[in-house]
Design a protein around this ligand. Structure first.
Ligand code: PEP
Ligand code: MN
Length: 337
């Protein structure tokens, strides 16, 4: 249920509603815009309705929400969420560019790639320390040692860093070293982890599950917001279909739809969506035209020798050239790059 307050309702009126809701055992989540305040209510439905809040001072209307998510919806918050990290941001008139290797492999690799990404205009450095691999015999990532290399490389060039938290038991360690914590596609419905990340003070990059419907992506994000963490970035990274020419199928219509359904920023990862380096630049262009708030691209100084996802990684010259070409496109969409 959403309690929509009248324009310019007073603090006392808002506090009164919140107090009565809490007395009734409900959670009250506030969305305070310039003129309008909306209170998202979570709790026992019948009990909440019995409060008849329509008659409370300052209340404009009470809306029943039939969707399985509330706090992530545009109804709850009409303005776009902007996630700010260090000097970078996702949403709000900029195009975020998260780039870096699939997996962290060495100090030299990270330092080289970080410098190149920064020089090309990238805004976040990515790299996996804990890798979700389909086979247990594949490289699983460098773990804590990798987190440290990522942090050092990011600090050296002044880029915030993004890395995946694969297991809820590593959440605190990852939070200690990373600026943005990524939830991978395979963990999108790991509800225990989502609840834990709702309590952490780090922005979360939530990737769409391999077979997740948009409603399921939004419901997963709802877990994080419900816990109190409002800094969530969604990521479309392709879904599994009958097509095997590409690794997955990039659902750009889904991105456009999400922009209408939620206030959360959305980025596109063409690397995992296509699995092919020749398709990265065209899909980045398409993502920008669709209204995405950013892109995530796998970049490796030597893709042929990458320990993970080499075929979909672009090298440094290709990334640099792509960034030059994307700049005017971003400007056309009113986004700084
Ligand atoms: C990744 O970003 O390296 C990754 C493993 O992505 P996904 O979870 O989308 O497969
Ligand atoms: Mn990868």
């Amino acid at each position: 249920m959403l309690v929509v307050m009248r324009d310019h309702a007073t603090t006392e009126e808002i506090e009164h509603v919140v107090e009565r809701l809490r007395e009734a055992g409900a959670e009250a989540h506030l969305s305070q815009g310039e003129v309008k305040t909306v209170i998202g209510v979570i709790g026992e439905r019948e009990l909440i309705y019995s409060l008849e809040m329509e008659g409370f001072p300052g209340v404009s209307e009470v809306i029943r929400v039939l969707k399985p998510y509330k706090l992530v919806s545009r109804e709850f918050q009409s303005e776009d969420t902007v996630v700010r990290v260090g000097g970078s941001q996702v949403g709000g008139g900029t195009l975020a560019v998260m780039a870096g290797p699939c997996s962290i492999e060495s100090e030299a690799q990270m330092r080289t790639v970080a410098r190149a990404i920064k020089d090309a205009g990238g805004t976040f450095l990515r790299g996996g320390a804990y890798k979700p691999r389909s086979s247990p015999y594949e490289f699983q990532g460098m773990g804590l040692e990798g987190l440290k290399l990522l942090r050092e490389a990011g600090d050296e060039v002044g880029l915030p860093v993004v890395t995946e938290v694969l297991d809820v038991r590593d959440a605190d360690t990852v939070a200690q070293w990373a600026d943005v914590m990524q939830v991978g596609a395979r963990n999108m419905q790991n509800f225990m982890m989502l609840e834990e990340l709702g309590r952490i003070e780090r922005p979360i990059l939530l990737k769409r599950g391999l077979s997740a419907k948009l409603e399921e992506v939004l419901s997963a994000a709802e877990y994080i917001l419900k816990g109190g963490n409002r800094d969530v970035i969604l990521c479309e990274r392709g879904i599994r279909t009958f097509e095997t020419y590409t690794r997955n199928t990039l659902d750009l219509a889904g991105v456009a739809a999400l922009k209408t359904l939620t206030h959360l920023p959305i980025i596109v990862d063409p690397s995992h969506a296509t699995g092919r380096r020749d398709l990265i630049a065209p899909m980045c262009r398409a993502a920008i035209a669709t209204g995405a708030d950013g892109i995530m691209v796998e970049v490796h100084p030597d893709p042929e020798h990458a320990r993970c996802d080499g075929p979909q990684s672009v090298d440094i010259p290709a990334f640099t050239a792509m960034m030059v070409a994307l700049k005017p496109l971003a400007a056309l969409e009113g986004k700084r790059l």
